[in-house]
Design a protein around this ligand. Structure first.
Ligand code: C5P
Length: 394
């Protein structure tokens, strides 16, 4: 049985920690909780104790606790320490190496792997200080999950919501699982995000792609030991550890960056590349009597070029975002573009920008539909399948 030490920080999302404990217990993990002072304003020790079926630790200054189970021992007895919700304040104290309460003292005294699931207001998450702290924590080897995007308790909208308990549980199990570096020595090229096609110096055509699925795939591939080149359209996501990132804006820039990054053993084209670009005006277009007409011209099909080009990777994987007849369109797309696999996803719901995805994997051998899964789990599964394909004899 694995032992998880769950640090519950202060934030409205703390109530979701209760659901997380329930899920983890159901999956056979032992959970012991540490509740911060501010966390105790949102959930009670009693709730966490009842669900975890264990004592809840709240303070450094309890003589009895220190005598029975010192804070050092508390941190060393766990297989994984999980901070959920990880507030902006908690992340800042962790990044700074502070030890001014039980939670941060445990975090400083441990060499156990740590996973943090952030939750905070969208502006606090976007603040340069928080982003700096997250980058520092990741550089220090701490796994910091990306928060979910959506409506927040404070009435605003954007990234900052605590990832769903099921997604945190999946990340916990991924962190606990020893990974075989099955892609060591392989180079995999990934495209992700939208493209922006300028209309004039201040306006552009875009789409709702968040880049999260592609970034998660790059992260999973890197975890399996691959050298990953990630060609990213304009997104604000943090570069996953060990991934070489090339930022581009337009489809034509993406096509050039992809061509430069070849050769590769596999290419996974997740980007939602704009189909058209605009003959951009050199100066800002002014409102006048006549409504302007945008003259569109076709963009290069990067996936088709890679699949049909001289440097074709051994495995070429495309994505197909559709809103109707998803599988049918994707099957045709696999053949038309000469990709080996197409990952088809139905984007008629909340997939774009959301945390979960329902996909079908279309190969020459048939069609497999996966259940709705958190994007990082889709990424892990796909990365394992890519590793299987590349380990087959040619
Ligand atoms: O044709 P459609 O845009 O539906 O194809 C989707 C797949 O093709 C995705 O894998 C996407 O990354 C890729 N694509 C591309 N270049 C384009 C258009 C799509 O690489 N111009």
């Amino acid at each position: 049985m694995t032992r998880i030490l769950l640090i519950v920080g202060g934030g409205i999302a703390a109530y979701k920690a209760a659901e997380l404990i329930r899920l983890l217990k159901k999956r056979g993990h032992a959970v012991r909780c540490v509740l911060t002072d501010s966390g105790a304003h949102f959930v009670t020790p009693m709730t966490l104790a009842a669900l975890s079926e264990d004592k809840v630790y709240t303070t450094l200054w309890d003589l009895k606790d220190e005598a029975e189970m010192g804070h050092i021992q508390l941190s060393r007895e766990a297989d994984l320490i999980v901070v959920a919700p990880a507030t902006a304040d908690l992340l800042a104290r962790m990044a700074g190496g502070l030890a001014n309460d039980l939670a941060t003292t445990i975090l400083l005294a441990t060499d156990t792997p740590v996973l943090a699931a952030p939750a905070m207001n969208v502006r606090m998450w976007g603040h340069v200080a928080t982003q700096r702290n997250v980058a520092q924590l990741r550089a220090d080897g701490i796994t910091v999950m990306e928060p979910d995007e959506g409506p927040m308790a404070c009435g605003e909208f954007g990234p900052g919501r605590l990832p769903e308990p099921a997604a945190i549980a999946a990340a916990i199990e991924a962190a606990l699982k020893p990974v075989a570096r099955r892609l060591a020595g392989r180079h995999v090229l990934v495209t992700a995000g939208p493209t922006h096609e300028p209309i004039d110096p201040v306006r552009y055509l875009a789409n709702r792609s968040s880049g999260r699925q592609g970034f998660a795939i790059a992260e999973s591939l890197a975890r399996l030991g691959a050298r990953v080149t990630l060609v990213a359209g304009p997104v604000t996501l943090v570069t996953p550890p060990g991934v070489d990132r090339i930022d581009v804006e337009t489809a034509r820039e993406m096509a050039d960056a992809v061509a430069d990054a070849l050769p590769a053993d596999a290419a996974v084209m997740v980007a939602a590349v704009a189909d058209w670009h605009v003959a951009a005006a050199p100066q800002k277009m002014k409102k006048g009597a006549a409504v302007p007409v945008l003259q569109l011209a076709e963009n290069p099909d990067i996936l088709a070029r890679v699949a049909q080009g001289p440097d074709r990777p051994r495995l070429v994987v495309g994505f197909a975002a559709e809103t109707e007849r998803v599988v049918e369109h994707a099957v045709a797309k696999r053949i038309r573009k000469q990709a080996d696999w197409i990952v088809a996803n139905d984007v008629s719901g909340d997939v774009m920008g959301g945390g979960a995805n329902t996909v079908s994997l279309i190969t020459a051998d048939g069609i497999e539909t996966w259940d709705r899964l958190p994007k990082p789990v889709v990424a892990d599964r796909l990365a394992e399948r890519i590793a299987d394909a590349l380990s087959d004899p040619v």
